[in-house]
Write a protein that binds this ligand. Structure first.
Ligand code: NAG
Ligand code: NAG
Length: 505
């Protein structure tokens, strides 16, 4: 073999180190696209020891911060030779059938934001206590327990329910789009196993608790099908009856066949057919960005509507635990309906993607890029400034018109789930108090108010002060035109107080 000439060797080295630098930069970038700050306070929820991601409080972001560089922003999308789907009319009526542990909270946050920025009515409980995203799961949607909608019908269902078409149709009126989000069943189980502390509640010790569980799931899990149970939780959320789920699981567990049910038994088949005919889109968690682009097209939404940060995304042991093929087969039996459900919708998802026009994959790539730019910008230091020049520009392409990502948008896109829900509820309570008229602007300095957490600035003030950071709350007051921009502050060092007027206004 000939020795490489020194020049080539040098070039090769240069290439290798450039590539490595690129990879390191990539790690740096992707590593910081998720918000992993835990909230200051826990909320009572049905899940034991629940921890959750909150909005990124402005005063805790220092370690996540770095200055966005020009180079990441400059991958120009294709010139707008074709406007995708011109003249389509945006839809707002949407029922999201939220299944458990499938990425639904991340998506719910998108719906929160759309409802917030477009002032739409979400189906929410009217108790002035703190709200709960599980309240309709346990008790169903009961009209008398809801904050009434702005118009005749609600616009959005975003919280957990057991799918009940009739009730949801009544609440949303005609023409609502129905969507759900599914996840590969073993991944769903891993997440459930971690989130609900199942190793502990099943009293499984040892190195590989998930494998231990899968050797004999019936021995450990006697829960009736539902979100906390491991038997077909997604199908259960989508309305499959408990008794039938148990019967089908029993039948599958007793089966001697190597791969159980190459074709689903009639009861499962008709359930899937039924759901399939009723869902306008089943998103797939493993292809979340692709799902969002499909949704954007279906709803005729803007690119800005589907930008997001991940919520409740954790690293945990059960995510990595290696599961043998035999145990996966066991899981296929135990979770038989969910496997057929997922297989069906994964197939129809790809079938649909294959029929999309308008350079679907280019749009997905463009969306990923813009979402990364938004995340970088919104975690960066630029958002201290309030002038428009510091906003991030997203140029026009075939799939979007030109728009700005402003500092206020950044605060809103990072609102924690509880803060978001609370602000939406507070706004709805204000609307009812003001009999539908917008709140009057107020200059707190000219009142006898001691704190910004007082009526008439808010209605459920103690809950707002618990769930939102001060900056989040200020941005909200500004957004709802209750206080003027000059009185809000986006500077990290100004945040985190309890809203003493003298300090902040
Ligand atoms: C199909 O779904 C509807 C609405 O959820 C339900 O009322 C009906 O019983 C289902 N039919 C079958 C065959 O599962
Ligand atoms: C989902 O469908 C895609 C495309 O056909 C396939 O590559 C993938 O393996 C499927 N996922 C699962 C978990 O079956």
């Amino acid at each position: 073999m000939k020795a490489a000439p020194p020049f080539c060797l040098f070039q090769g080295l240069l290439l290798v180190s450039t590539v490595m630098l690129g990879i390191m930069m990539g790690v740096l970038l992707t590593g910081q696209t998720q918000i992993r700050v835990y909230s200051r306070e826990r909320r009572a929820t049905s899940a034991p020891e629940l921890t959750y991601n909150s909005a990124q409080p402005m005063n805790q972001q220092s370690e996540l911060t770095y200055k966005p560089t020009e180079s990441i922003e400059k991958t120009p999308p294709k010139p707008p030779d074709l406007k995708y789907n011109p003249g389509c009319v945006p839809r707002t009526k949407l029922a999201f059938i939220k299944t458990h542990k499938t990425g639904g909270t991340t998506f719910m946050q998108i719906l929160h934001r759309i409802a917030y920025l477009k002032d739409l009515s979400i189906i929410m409980g009217k108790s002035t206590n703190h709200g709960s995203i599980n309240e309709f799961y346990h008790h169903g949607i009961k009209k008398e327990k809801l904050i009434p909608p702005k118009e005749k019908y609600y616009d959005i269902l975003a919280y957990h329910t057991k799918y009940n078409r009739e009730v949801t149709d009544k609440a949303l009126g005609p023409n609502a789009m129905y969507i759900t989000l599914l996840r590969e069943p073993l991944g769903q189980l891993r997440s459930q196993f971690n989130f609900y502390w199942m190793a502990k509640s099943f009293k499984i010790t040892g190195e590989n608790p998930l494998s231990q569980f899968l050797k004999d799931p019936a021995k450990y899990d006697h829960r009736s099908p539902g979100y906390m149970a491991t038997r077909n939780p997604m199908s259960s959320d989508l309305g499959f009856g408990k008794k039938d789920l148990i019967a089908l699981t029993d039948q599958a567990m007793k089966s001697k066949e190597e791969v159980y049910f190459p074709k689903p038994p009639p009861m499962i088949e008709s359930f899937i057919k039924n759901i399939s005919s009723q869902m306008d889109l089943a998103m797939i968690m493993e292809y979340f960005d692709e799902s969002l682009v499909l949704l954007k097209r279906m709803m005729c939404w803007d690119l800005q509507d589907i930008l997001y940060f991940k919520s409740l995304s954790f690293n945990y042991k059960a995510k990595e635990e290696e599961i043998s093929e035999d145990l996966v087969k066991m899981h296929r039996r135990w979770d038989v309906v969910d496997y057929f459900l997922y297989d069906h919708f994964n197939r129809s998802f790809w079938n649909r993607v294959s029929k999309e026009e308008g350079n679907f994959w280019d749009e997905v790539k463009h969306f990923k890029e813009q979402n990364r730019r938004m995340q970088t910008y919104c975690l960066g230091e630029n958002i201290e400034k309030t002038d428009e020049q510091s906003s991030l520009v997203v140029e026009e392409t075939a799939w979007n018109s030109r728009f700005l990502i402003t500092p206020e948008f950044c605060t809103v896109v990072k609102y924690g789930q509880f803060c978001f829900m609370t602000l939406l509820r507070d706004r709805a309570f204000q609307r009812i108090k003001n009999k539908g008229k917008p709140a009057k602007p107020i200059d707190p300095l000219k009142t006898k108010m001691k704190s910004l957490y007082e009526k008439p600035l808010c209605e459920i003030c103690d809950i707002v002060s618990r769930d939102c950071t001060f900056n989040e709350y200020l941005t909200h007051l500004y957004h709802d035109k209750i206080i003027s921009r000059a009185k809000t502050s986006f500077h990290p060092s100004g945040m985190g107080g309890r809203g003493k007027i003298a300090d902040h206004v």
